[in-house]
Design a protein around this ligand. Structure first.
Ligand code: HEM
Length: 283
């Protein structure tokens, strides 16, 4: 109101009352500050939001295109095989690693555990689905080209990891998310779940590095078409580095998981409180 009086006085060339003048000057100053902030901060924010929407749309379009290409290339060929390392590493190492450290984020400790439980279970389910599709890629490729199945150490370790992972997911769901699972079962399951979780990650990393090594030996034979692995061509450097990164990632995740001071502090009763039953009741 005072500001309007101030503006009217200025328009009609009248003297502005003193009390209004000082306050209105302050208002104008605030207004200018606001405009300055909006120009300096909000404008770039708006631009960056537009940029993120644009990048998200591009990523979604790329995913769609990739999905279409994936279906088109699902013909048992070597191109189908290529999905195997990509999906296995994304699922059983990257997503699995992220999913397993969900409870180690300190700012979540004061919050309800249920959303984090659901995120943990969801990420793990996605990881499992990706790894099953990754296995279908390699089995399909082997069957189409009459290559024997499950002869290598890599395949034994890898398949063991996937089977244990599937069992672990089912047991975790039944034990920690079903509302009627007894507290005694949860208490029994928890240390085993934590130990098996770390072991599955170790097996996955072992499967990845043995798979990478095997592929390098298969492909880099040093004949007319390819260089020899022992000459360390760029492909070998690239794949070796990928293996080293996978091992480093696994070690970091295991370190996070085994560090006692990073474990979510929780009273025993809390375990019973956060269940799917409670979630459904809340909805
Ligand atoms: C956690 C990750 C992985 C798991 C669980 C896994 C699992 C498997 C399994 C079960 C097979 C046997 C398929 C069959 O017998 O028909 C296989 C084959 C194969 N995998 Fe993997 N794999 C993983 C990662 C990788 C990676 C990163 C590579 C890198 C290129 C790779 C390369 C191969 C190759 C070359 C074969 C065919 C030869 C063979 O049967 O050993 N794998 N994998």
């Amino acid at each position: 109101l005072q500001y309007q009086v101030y503006l009217q006085c200025q328009e009609t060339n009248k003297n502005v009352p003193k009390c209004v003048a000082t306050k209105s000057k302050r208002n104008i100053l605030v207004l200018y500050q606001y405009r300055l902030v909006s120009v300096l901060l909000l404008q770039p924010l708006r631009v960056s939001r537009m940029r993120s929407v644009l990048s998200l749309s591009v990523v979604l379009l790329l995913c769609l295109a990739l999905g279409v290409v994936c279906v088109a290339l699902w013909d048992g060929s070597g191109l189908q095989f290529n999905w195997h390392p990509v999906l296995m590493t994304t699922g059983l190492v990257v997503l699995y690693g992220y999913g397993s450290v969900v409870y180690r984020v300190p700012f979540t400790w004061g919050q309800s555990k249920l959303p984090w439980k659901l995120l943990h279970a969801g990420l793990m389910l996605l990881a499992l689905l990706l790894s099953v599709v990754g296995l279908c890629a390699v089995f399909g490729n082997h069957n189409k080209n009459h290559i024997p199945n499950l002869y290598s150490l890599h395949s034994w370790i890898g398949l063991t990891a996937v089977i244990l992972f599937a069992l672990q997911w089912v047991a975790g769901f039944a034990g920690f998310l079903l509302p009627f699972s007894p507290l005694s079962f949860r208490k029994l399951l928890k240390p085993f779940h934590v130990w098996l979780g770390g072991s599955i990650l170790t097996l996955s990393v072992a499967a990845c590095i043995s798979g990478i090594n095997e592929k390098l030996f298969f492909v880099l034979k040093g004949d007319n078409h390819t260089a020899s692995y022992s000459n360390l061509p760029p492909e070998a450097v690239h794949a070796n580095s990928l293996g080293v990164l996978i091992v480093a990632f696994g070690l970091v995740v295991l370190r996070i998981l085994t560090n006692k001071s990073w474990q979510r502090p929780e009273p025993d009763q809390q375990e019973t409180a956060y269940t799917v039953g409670k979630c459904l009741r809340l909805m």
